[in-house]
Design a protein around this ligand. Structure first.
Ligand code: NDP
Length: 326
């Protein structure tokens, strides 16, 4: 198997020298075990902050992949079937089924398997739970989402439109803004070229925002919070603008805004609703099949390009879900 090892913990933005491509000799699968071959691998923002808490130097990079079962001593995973597995950055894996989920049994022929890593996978679930469980988004409300052209954000905006909301999205390029308009966002702007973020937020929704789906944090939040309506709700999903900081950012502290506007802010991880995943994936798939959920992907070819794909995603090269095709 080829593997990508984290040789040195990230210090600031990841560099090529943090990673090393290594070969590993795999054992023959024993009773109950399977041999998997990676087909598509996911690169996700969480890998950056989780690397510190979930990994030590010398470990294979964490991550999820769609893999094909090529040898099997486990009836739950027949040869030729596909699974979503938390196998890490590796081309081949021998395992006993722990951490593997068979691809939905009735996965439609005409839907790419890559969606199991995106809109009909973890990022799609994150968008759905943030909207329904955390925000309790209601028809007629106005929602703000940042990193809106990414894997989670693009689903957030589309689900909010399906619920009958006004949706405002921000993203880091004009091409991304055009994509958001294609998806049906009511307002979208490029936060890098907009000049005054405060003015852009006010212009997009002069009445303010009922809900804010937070993917970015940092200075963006400091400007966005005062634009909330009274009793506004904020789902803190991610904080990508902070992930590569070498020193924790301090302030400005939002508490006064939160008090005066009586805001409600809740952090969440999609894993809280694991018991709902099967049903939720069916709902996401139904929206895809009905053409109500448009999924774009940014595919990098070649397992050897995993670090480049990961760093590119952190820098905003992706429109939609960032994927690596082996
Ligand atoms: P994306 O597909 O959105 O890719 C990351 C994007 O973040 C980039 O394309 C870039 O877009 C944007 N970005 C990077 N740096 C900055 C910055 N400094 N300021 C603003 N935007 C930045 O990733 P995901 O959709 O997978 O993840 C989005 C967020 O959701 C992340 O914060 C992630 O950690 C979080 N998340 C949380 C989960 C949970 O359970 N709580 C689960 C999954 C994801 P741009 O060009 O717009 O800058």
């Amino acid at each position: 198997a080829k593997t990508w090892v984290l040789t040195k913990h990230f210090d600031g933005f990841p560099k090529n020298s943090n990673f090393e491509l290594r070969l590993e000799q795999l054992p023959e699968p024993k009773d109950g075990e399977v041999l998997l071959e990676a087909v598509f691998l996911s690169v996700d923002p969480y890998m950056r902050p989780f690397s510190r808490v979930r990994m030590k130097e010398g470990d294979i990079m964490i991550g999820t992949q769609v893999a094909k079962v090529i040898q099997s001593n486990n009836a739950a995973f027949p040869v030729g079937s596909h699974v979503v597995g938390r196998c890490g950055w590796r081309t081949h894996t021998v395992c006993d089924g722990t951490g593997l989920t068979p691809i939905m049994p009735d996965w439609p022929q005409d839907v790419p398997l890559t969606l199991a890593l995106g809109a009909v996978g973890m990022p799609g679930l994150t968008a759905l739970y943030g909207i329904e469980e955390v925000l309790g988004l209601q028809a007629g409300e106005t929602l703000l989402v940042n990193a809106a052209a990414g894997a989670v954000g693009s689903v957030v905006g589309q689900l909010a439109k399906l619920k009958g909301c006004k949706v405002v999205g921000s993203a880091g390029s004009d091409a991304k803004v055009a994509f958001l308009k294609e998806l049906g966002f009511d307002e979208a702007f490029n936060y890098k070229s907009v000049g005054s973020l405060e003015e852009a937020l006010k212009k997009a929704s002069p009445q303010g925002y009922d809900c804010y789906f937070e993917n970015v944090s940092g200075p963006f939040s400091s400007v966005a919070l005062p634009q909330m309506k009274d009793f506004g709700r904020i789902a803190v999903c991610g904080a990508i603008s902070l992930y590569n900081d070498t020193m924790p950012q301090t302030g400005p502290y939002p508490h006064l805004t939160m008090i005066f506007k009586q805001l409600k802010m809740e952090g969440f991880m999609q894993s809280r609703w694991e018991h709902k995943h099967p049903e939720s994936l069916k709902r996401l798939m139904a929206w895809v099949k009905e053409g109500k959920l448009i999924c774009r992907e940014h595919v990098t070819e070649g397992f050897e390009n995993m670090p480049a794909a990961f760093m590119g995603m952190l820098q905003g090269e992706n429109i939609g879900k960032a994927i690596v095709k082996v």
